[in-house]
Design a protein around this ligand. Sequence first.
Ligand SMILES: Nc1ccn([C@@H]2O[C@H](COP(=O)(O)OP(=O)(O)OP(=O)(O)O)[C@@H](O)[C@H]2O)c(=O)n1
Ligand SMILES: C[C@](O)(CO)[C@H](O)COP(=O)(O)O
Length: 236
Amino acid sequence: MQTFHPRHFAIVPAAGSGSRMGASRPKQYLPLLGRPLIHHALSVLCEAPDIDRVFVVLSIDDTEWARHDWRGLGGKLVPLFCGGATRADSVLGGLRAIAGEASPSDWVLVHDAARPCLAPWHVDKLIRELAGDEVGGLLAVPVADTLKRADAQRHVAATVPRDSLWQAQTPQMFRYVMLRRALEGASAVTDESSAIEAAGLRPRLVQGDATNLKVTYPLDLHLAEWILTNREGIGA
Ligand SMILES: Nc1ccn([C@@H]2O[C@H](COP(=O)(O)OP(=O)(O)OP(=O)(O)O)[C@@H](O)[C@H]2O)c(=O)n1
Ligand SMILES: C[C@](O)(CO)[C@H](O)COP(=O)(O)O
């Protein structure tokens, strides 16, 4: 009997403008250790032995991608100029663009272009822990701080119990057809898991670590540089 092995595709949404960064160009192209920021995560995804192809979703009017040399990342990398108005639109555009290549039960790993400190072991752990899962899941870290809910005047209205609260990261890994249908049916979601949850399913939380931060504000760029330079020393 022939056994079916699902493939793994990465989709990297990179069509954002980086407004909170306040830089002169989208943050995915800001220099980080001599490379465009996005290069770091793409390199890890392209080198992951389990990942078959890496699709980068760019804005339809992106002019910067072509200014850089990506050949060092090898043949798995495919740019798609089909980004949308929101992150979810960009991911959905990517899923639609690869419809001819992906089978319904292939896995899709969606990873933010803005998370440059993705490490090979993050990808390996996610794929290994979710291999036999019906639904899929995401990297995440348990909330470590005491949480406060603010009122309109920024006074503390309540202390929110942090038990069972996790911070969502990426990659988030789901079956192609399940993710596509979930995103087509979802409104205003900020990650893939939310769309899957809205479809009535329960994604699994796979514990990652704080080094896989999202570069959102200028300080994050310095933190990312420090993490990439000192990774061996901090045991991450
Ligand atoms: N229309 C959009 C918006 C965001 N993204 C991508 O989604 C990821 C996470 O989003 P975020 O950090 O919010 O990026 P930006 O939207 O660029 O940032 P900001 O919200 O500060 O403008 C980034 O890799 C970003 O490029 C995208 O592909 N398409
Ligand atoms: C998907 C995500 O990285 C999970 O933390 C995050 O939600 C995306 O960031 P955004 O600022 O909400 O677009």
